[in-house]
Design a protein around this ligand. Structure first.
Ligand code: M6R
Length: 614
């Protein structure tokens, strides 16, 4: 979950590292640090809290050199503090390490190293790595590459590291063990970059290579050599990433989240473009193909994902079952491998992940693989592990999503799932050409409808101000908009710290309605979909119990207007696509409540963008 960056070249390393960390802060903001070799020795600067603390410290105590590493931390072992901040230095001061992941056997290794005389200065699991490297460097007279390779052999769990040694200050050594976060190598002109995520290096280069789990690399300013953990050279491919570096900037917006909400028109346009052939009523994907025989024999699709991506999967179930008539089960990724899933022959496991690095989602994919399923993925981050593990993937066309709260990746995924269902429907013959043509026409209207919805931001913000003091909220939905309720509630929880529960509306009378009173607002998802009548009656029931009521409703809906205390209006939308337009007022509602409360929307407390540990 932490962010890692490394640089070697002819420029001053510190500003490059700090800038890289600025773009990685969404990975964790408990502390940050850099280490630079200044020609004599390794200089470390570390600060607790957000990156600005480190930037201020480096301004007070500058550090200069042409090679260095940096880290922004999401604490797992040891509280957020300077002593636990990375980089961690070896006892002899010759080696420094940044790390992402968890060393599962660190207690045993710590005991072993302490018995050998190593003194620990932090509570982190990372420190065992740097002491192990020192052990091989000092005790066995090895070079840094071999010492790191030997040290890695002791580690259990998923880990990614970058190592710098004062004894060989022309190189960085990096490695990836398991799925805990990727390592990207960036190729510049006589300079090289290492990073956990692309945004950290995009402004310098778009020529990149990705380490696979179980690989390490020796990085000098001339390039990189990739090795297996047995030290064997491995050929690798350099690819050009299509992302525009400007996409990773906030621009005129106050927060990345707001920018990304407004990028949804563009995201949906790019998602649909190139995949639809309206004249032929066909959908095609570049990296995901199936034969009619394969598609007809799919007995079941498992969709597996976490958080917002999981909510999109719940909508996907509707699409696959209604349009392609494929039984679909949506499973929270952290549960998938523990439920011993019954995976019939020919089944597909479809993973959804913006980052493509979520540890639980990757583990669910592995479980699917073990059980013989075909693996498909919908992912945003290019070169991510999920993308590379999958037999076929759909690449979201939304550019980097920086805000911890996912928005544009959600709506793009809904469009991807809709198109995938249409694709399978064609292969399986479950929809006529006329039906597919109509559904495609509906999809083509979506970017404009989303644009129209976004223009109502001021109305949504005004309603948000009225509910800014709410401590609790129910978000109720039914049918295809039940996941919209879950997603809206998650947004409010994670950025505004309001206890919000997404709940199936029909379940209220089986218990939760007892909670309602004048301090417990109820937001009902009531766009014009097949569950509209039920949702309107839900508004009535909530009102009858004295709860303030809000509704997401379609323009011109007089009943919603007369019943609810506040209406978040959305334009008339084909009902299968109503989860896309209906979620937008909820994203903006949460955003404006959070900003009214003075909260840090892009970096909510305790969270990190990519959850690369279990
Ligand atoms: O990168 P992923 O899509 O796999 O991430 C999954 C969740 O961690 C993510 O959606 C999380 O719930 C977001 N913070 C929600 O806004």
């Amino acid at each position: 979950m932490c962010g890692i960056v490394g640089y070697v070249g002819s420029r001053d390393a510190a500003p490059i590292l700090l800038n890289g960390l600025r773009r990685l802060e969404y990975r964790g903001y408990d502390s940050a640090g850099i280490a630079v070799f200044d020609g004599q020795r390794i200089q470390i600067r570390r600060a607790v809290g957000k990156l600005q603390g480190l930037i201020d410290q480096v301004a007070r105590e500058p550090v200069h050199g042409h090679i260095g590493i940096g880290h922004t931390r999401w604490a797992t072992h040891g509280e957020p503090s300077v002593r636990n901040a990375h980089p961690h230095l070896s006892q002899n001061g010759q080696v420094v390490v940044v790390h992402n992941g968890i060393v599962e056997n660190f207690l045993a290794l710590k005991d072993e190293l302490q018995a050998e005389g190593f003194t620990f200065r932090s509570d982190t699991d990372t420190e065992v790595i740097v002491h192990l490297i020192e052990r091989y460097l000092e005790g066995h007279g090895m070079g840094i590459v071999e010492a790191t390779r030997r040290a890695l052999k002791h580690l259990r769990g998923s880990n990614a590291i970058v190592v710098l040694a004062a004894t060989e200050p022309d190189k960085l050594v990096t490695a990836r063990l398991g799925n805990a976060g990727g390592i990207t190598l960036g190729f510049g002109q006589d300079e090289m970059f290492v990073a956990s995520d692309l945004p950290a290096i995009l402004e310098h280069t778009r020529q990149v290579a990705f380490l696979e789990p179980g690989q390490m690399a020796v990085v000098t300013r001339e390039g990189a050599q990739v090795l297996s953990l047995d030290g064997e050279p491995i050929p690798y491919e350099i690819t050009t990433v299509p992302w525009d570096p400007v996409a990773a900037e906030k621009g005129e917006y106050r927060h990345f989240m707001l920018k990304e909400i407004h990028e949804q028109v563009r995201g949906l346009t790019d998602t649909i473009a190139g995949r639809i052939e309206p004249s032929a009523a066909r959908v095609r994907f570049l990296h995901l193909e199936a034969t009619p025989e394969f598609a007809r024999r799919i007995p079941k699709i498992f969709i597996t994902a976490c958080g917002t991506a999981y909510h999109s999967g719940l909508v996907g179930k509707f699409y696959f079952e209604r349009l392609a008539r494929i039984p679909t089960e949506v499973v929270i990724a952290s549960e998938f491998r523990y439920m011993d899933p019954i995976v019939p022959e020919g089944a597909v496991v479809l993973a959804i992940s913006q980052s493509g690095e979520t540890a639980d989602t990757l583990a669910a994919m592995e479980e699917g693989r073990r059980k013989g399923a075909t693996l498909w993925a919908i992912v945003n981050v290019i070169g991510s592990q999920a993308m590379r593990m999958a037999d076929g993937y759909i690449s979201m066309q939304v550019g980097p999503e920086i805000s911890v709260a996912s928005t544009k990746a959600y709506t793009a995924t809904l469009a991807d799932l809709y198109m995938l269902a249409l694709y399978l429907a064609e292969l399986r013959g479950t929809l006529s050409e006329a039906q597919r043509r109509q559904l495609i026409q509906d999809l083509l209207t979506l970017p404009d409808l989303v644009g129209e919805t976004l223009q109502r931001e001021d109305q949504y913000a005004a309603i948000a101000r009225r509910f800014v003091r709410a401590q609790n909220m129910f978000y109720l939905g039914r049918g295809i908009n039940m996941p919209t309720a879950y997603e809206g509630a998650l947004k409010l929880k994670e950025i505004a710290y309001v206890h919000a529960e997404g709940y199936p509306a029909g379940e209220m009378k089986h218990g939760p309605i007892a909670l309602l009173d004048e301090n417990f607002p109820v937001l009902a998802l009531a766009p014009r979909d097949p569950w509209y009548e039920k949702m309107i009656s839900q508004v009535e029931q909530s009102r009858a119990r004295g709860a303030p009521t809000l509704a997401v409703a379609t323009d011109g809906d007089d009943r919603a207007a007369s019943l609810a205390d506040a209406v978040l209006w959305v334009p008339e939308t084909p009902w299968l696509l109503s989860p896309v337009t209906s979620v937008i007022p909820l994203q903006l509602f949460a955003y404006h409540i959070a900003t009214e409360r003075g909260l840090d929307v892009d970096q909510p407390r305790n969270l990190a963008k990519s959850v690369t540990v279990e």
